[in-house]
Design a protein around this ligand. Structure first.
Ligand SMILES: [Zn+2]
Length: 90
């Protein structure tokens, strides 16, 4: 195995892991903002839940939000296993 190729692959791998972690962090911050009722983009109190899908206990719940002010839209997969454990699952 070529050392340079190996080093290159390692850099790519590390890079993609970092990007993924950053993406998750971004996503979490946006969700935190939305949960407080604010749009992560324009900071207006105009966020609305447009879609809520749940596939049951084993799959995460999918929530879609839209901002009425700036048109920001995003979906979040919420792990609802906690809800299942506490007996709130349908
Ligand atoms: Zn907005």
């Amino acid at each position: 195995m070529d050392f340079y190729l190996l080093a290159f692959m390692l850099i790519i791998l590390t890079g993609s892991v970092l990007v993924y972690i950053y993406y998750l962090k971004e996503k979490k911050e946006q969700l935190d903002s939305i949960r407080r009722g604010f749009c992560p983009q324009c900071k207006q109190n105009s966020i609305e839940l447009t879609d809520q899908r749940s596939g049951g206990c084993s799959t995460p719940e999918l929530l879609s939000f839209v901002c009425l002010e700036c048109g920001y839209t995003n979906s979040f997969a919420i792990d609802n296993r906690e809800a299942c454990g506490s007996g709130r699952c349908k």
